[in-house]
Design a binder for this molecule. Structure first.
Ligand code: NAD
Length: 493
């Protein structure tokens, strides 16, 4: 068993001050795969001080964008060089099927390469002239790194979520302390090895594993942090925002969702079923943007539900390392029990369980469940309103466009939404009417590093990815010059 009992602080591997560890478990067989360093507030303080020093005195924010880009590209290559090995670690830590892990890690490498390009662009366009109404003055607006960033991430796409924060922060010239989820900490620690091998200067990226209340909370409360970037649940996001409010830290939040997928009657049923399945069963449904509420126009409702159930029963469930598996175990015992409880609640709330919800007969250990299709789900039920974060799709029928849009928007969340129809104008109208940060037309879930990502309403604040993701880590400074030959002449005339 490889050792993960050290934290990566100031370019060095250090045991936690209190020398504690926690266990991470393979959800496919419920066995411990590693003991992992458990950081507490003393370690967080050391990590933040290292990041502070690297920002205030180190070379990183003072380098050109092109110099930072070269290192980001080396990190991207470092991930690509170890893609298969890292993907297998991700499968054992998280449970996801290997092809999905390979996809994630390719995206993670791509994210570093993409932000390398934006770092280079900063050399050209970090400073822009501002036209003023008074020609005695001239002004420029200049983008500068926001400072020391604290990043806290969830377990569903472990290394990819790390990349979404580390790559833009480093491209901007920030330094960072990253805390991965205690359920899936392994690939983040591997990223530390990759960053060190890429010659990232000490203190620029510090990676501290630990529990939410022991490591995450002190990180979010640390006074030397300038910016907090969080992805995770709404309750934790709210706590992070409260911590940030105390000393007015810049904060961005990517939180949960209960995203709708509207299918109009002119859609091809097989195409709809394929995208509905991709929208909710990919990554075991443990996806913040999962289209977990499906609204189907009444004319095709019965046929679609039947076809969806038929295809859902065919999904191969098992250990993510096994060939052909499309649904792995849920990430942890806690998550497994939460999702099973939601299924029970759904039945009590009057939804019709069309298929799934039991442990597959051939799998007696591991956090496995058959994917669930619920039809006729009452609009006021908790399973229609609340995020389940598992392979559970909830379906309702609708009569017309107005009803579909009203029902889709009737949520405290607004992360993503999808619409399917052969009528382009209708898709355009509905896409504009949906109150969500991401809208997919005739598909669900494809995610591109170049495009903005984030939510309306309680799904978050700010945007990741693309140039928007870089802006998360930039401050804007105006430099205004008095350029007139004439004295100002207010006091001294
Ligand atoms: P979580 O909120 O329980 O944990 C997220 C992270 O916060 C973990 O690293 C955890 O250790 C840490 N944490 C927990 N308590 C903390 C505290 N008091 N202070 C500081 N940090 C603390 O969420 P999760 O269960 O890991 O992830 C699932 C949630 O994340 C879902 O709601 C999902 O929708 C959301 N999510 C959103 C996106 C997005 O882009 N919008 C992406 C992935 C996941």
């Amino acid at each position: 068993m490889k050792s993960y009992e050290h934290l990566f602080i100031d370019g060095q591997w250090a045991a936690p001050v209190k020398r504690g560890t926690f266990e991470t478990v393979d959800p496919s067989n419920e066995t411990v795969i590693a003991r992992v360093a458990a950081a507490t507030s003393e370690d967080i303080d050391r990590a933040v001080k290292a990041a502070r020093k690297a920002f205030d005195e180190g070379p990183w924010p003072r380098m050109s964008g092109a110099e930072r880009a070269a290192i980001l590209r080396r990190i991207g290559k470092g991930i690509r060089d170890r893609l298969q090995e890292l993907a297998e670690i991700e499968v054992r830590d998280n449970g996801k099927p290997l092809p999905e892990a390979l996809w994630d890690l390719g995206d993670a490498a791509g994210c570093f390469e993409f932000y390398a390009g934006l770092a280079e662009r900063l050399d050209r366009d970090a400073e822009k002239p501002v036209a003023l109404s008074d020609d005695r003055f001239s002004s420029v607006a200049r983008k500068e790194p926001v400072g020391v960033a604290g990043a806290i991430i969830p377990w569903n796409f472990p290394l990819l979520m790390a990349a979404w924060k580390v790559a833009p922060a480093l491209a901007a010239g920030c330094t960072m302390v990253l805390k991965p989820s205690e359920l899936t900490p392994l690939t983040a620690l591997e990223l530390a090895h990759i960053a060190a091998a890429a010659d990232l200067p000490p203190g620029v990226l510090n990676i501290v594993t630990g529990l939410g209340h022991e490591a995450g909370a002190p990180l979010s409360e640390h006074p030397a942090i300038d910016k907090l970037a969080f992805t995770g649940s709404v309750p934790t996001g709210s706590r992070i925002m409260q911590a940030a409010a105390r000393d007015i830290k810049n904060v961005s939040l990517e939180l949960g969702g209960k995203s709708p997928f509207i299918v109009f009657a002119d859609s091809d049923i097989d195409a709809a079923v394929e995208w509905i399945m991709f929208g909710i069963f990919w990554n075991q449904g443990e996806v913040c943007s999962a289209t977990s509420r499906v609204l189907v126009q009444r004319e095709i409702y019965a046929r679609l539900v039947e076809r969806l159930a038929e295809q859902t029963r065919k999904i191969k469930i098992g250990n993510g390392l096994e060939d052909g598996v499309l649904l792995g175990p849920l990430v942890s015992k806690g998550q497994y029990e939460k999702v099973l409880a939601a299924v029970e609640r759904g039945k009590q709330e009057g939804a019709r369980l069309v298929t799934g919800g039991s442990r597959p007969a051939h799998l007696d250990t591991g956090y496995f469940m058959e994917p669930v299709v619920f039809a006729d789900v009452p609009e006021l039920s908790s399973i229609w309103q609340e995020e389940i974060f598992g392979p559970v799709v909830c379906i309702r029928a609708f009569a017309d466009e107005a009803e579909a849009v009203r029902s889709a928007n009737d949520s405290r969340f607004g992360l993503a939404a999808a619409v399917m129809s052969r009528d382009d104008e209708r898709c355009e109208r509905v896409a504009r009417a949906l109150r969500a940060g991401i809208v997919w037309v005739n598909c669900s879930q494809p995610t591109f590093t170049e495009a903005p990502w984030g939510g309306y309403k309680q799904s978050g604040i700010g945007r990741e990815l693309g140039e928007w993701g870089l802006n998360n880590y930039l401050e804007t400074k105006q430099i205004t010059r008095y350029s007139s030959d004439k004295p100002w002449g207010w006091y001294i005339r």
